[in-house]
Design a protein around this ligand. Structure first.
Ligand code: ADP
Ligand code: MG
Length: 373
């Protein structure tokens, strides 16, 4: 199975998986491979390693889409029939843009953007980066400028965090505490009755009086927009369930990553979200299939002499143990998937930080492409 088949007819590809497995690298390689085949593709990366960002021309944050110059591909002898665009998600900026679009007037906009509660909310609340990644995806989807959008997801410990983000935002907006603040008059004079007076009194002591003003101002201005933002979160969530969307699950062969992948697959099933397949990245490949039990030490001794041969043989044995472990873990995932696509990408000798490196990953992702295509 090739990624080209998994993405055939799809408009959105969400690369999900737990942190550190190579999500960002794989997302970029998928986007590059699909662009090479003639599509106009945008990849939204979240936390690219510095050198990868540099080689994609993403030197600074700010949500701006950059087209990777055709000439760069030519220089490395790489075919590029379509267009590859990349951008780095700036969660804060995405919030700000959203506020700008939704604010009823300039005063409201400035009041919110300058408000300290808002500034905290837009960066510190758990799940906001995840939600903003989704928001950015939805925005690009609405603009309809690309054939395919590839979304790298934030480096959470667990893959599931991404799926929970919109719920969490909606829950926050619907929460009793927010509703309390949004009630007309709550922050006015009436509010300082017994209970609230105590609460605000305590807050005031801790935070200083500006906090109250910020709070009042923020909820006053944000209140009317909250409903709209909530609605949009709903639509963005619908995009994830769209028939032209697919989730690819990125994992490594490590046991914890595989376990996480299994949970994620089940969760997608429970929520009726579209699943394309799993990509297991950084697999230690067996040197050859048939030498499983053969001892290399004797052969080596003839060549290298005893002490060195012993060392090399022990090294080799350690490597074989890792390949066996990888294979057992990947087999477990394969059983869970029950025939659903699984693609293996080997651990390369070097980090992947430039276009030729991405092309090498892409080669494995697209390896089993039907020749007819
Ligand atoms: N198949 C691979 N072989 C070798 N190095 C890899 C491979 N895939 C990813 N890497 C390297 O692993 C590191 C983490 O990859 P990254 O894509 O940033 O992971 P994540 O986004 O999941 O945190 C990077 O230095 C990257 O170059
Ligand atoms: Mg990453």
């Amino acid at each position: 199975m090739s990624v080209a088949e998994l993405l055939d007819g799809r408009h959105v590809c969400v690369c999900a998986g737990s942190g550190g497995v190579g999500k960002t690298t794989t997302s970029a390689a998928i986007a590059m491979g699909m662009a090479a085949r003639g599509l106009k593709v945008a990849v939204v990366t979240i936390d690219p390693a510095k050198r990868l960002a540099t080689s994609l021309g993403l030197e600074e944050l700010g949500n701006a889409e950059q087209r990777i110059d055709h000439e760069l591909f030519e220089r490395h002898g790489l075919e590029m029939r379509g267009e590859l665009w990349a951008m780095m998600l700036d969660a804060k900026r995405t919030w700000d843009d959203m506020i700008e679009r939704r604010a009823p007037d300039v005063q409201t906009r400035d009041a919110i953007l300058g408000n300290r509660i808002y500034q905290q909310l837009s960066t510190a609340v758990a799940g906001t980066t995840e939600y903003m990644a989704l928001e950015r995806l939805y925005e690009l989807h609405e603009e309809r400028r690309y054939d395919l959008l590839v979304l790298d997801t934030p480096p959470t410990r667990q893959a599931l965090d991404f799926l929970d983000a919109p719920h969490r935002l909606s829950r926050f907006i619907d929460s009793r505490s927010l509703q309390f603040f949004l009630r007309p008059g709550v922050l006015g004079v009436r509010a300082f009755g017994r209970g609230t007076g105590l609460m605000f009194g305590a807050l005031k002591r801790v935070t200083g009086s500006d906090f109250l003003r910020d709070l009042s101002e923020f909820f006053g201005a944000f209140g009317d927009m909250a409903i709209g933002i909530r609605e949009r979160a709903g639509k963005a969530t619908e995009l994830l369930a769209d028939r032209r969307t697919t989730f690819l699950l990125i994992t490594s062969p490590r046991r914890d990553a595989i376990d996480d992948a299994v949970f994620f697959r089940r969760r997608l099933r429970d929520e009726h979200l579209p699943f394309g397949g799993a990509i297991v990245n950084r697999v230690h490949e067996a040197m050859s299939a048939d030498d499983e039990d053969a001892s290399v030490e004797e052969d080596l001794a003839a060549l290298l002499g005893q002490p060195l041969a012993g060392k090399v043989a022990r090294n080799y044995e350690a490597y074989r143990r890792v390949t066996r472990r990888d294979r057992e873990n990947v087999d477990a995932l394969e059983r869970e998937l029950g025939g659903e696509p699984l693609i293996r990408v080997p651990l390369l000798d070097d980090d992947v930080h430039d276009l030729p490196g991405l092309a090498e990953i892409a080669e494995h992702l697209f390896a089993e492409e039907a020749v007819a295509a």
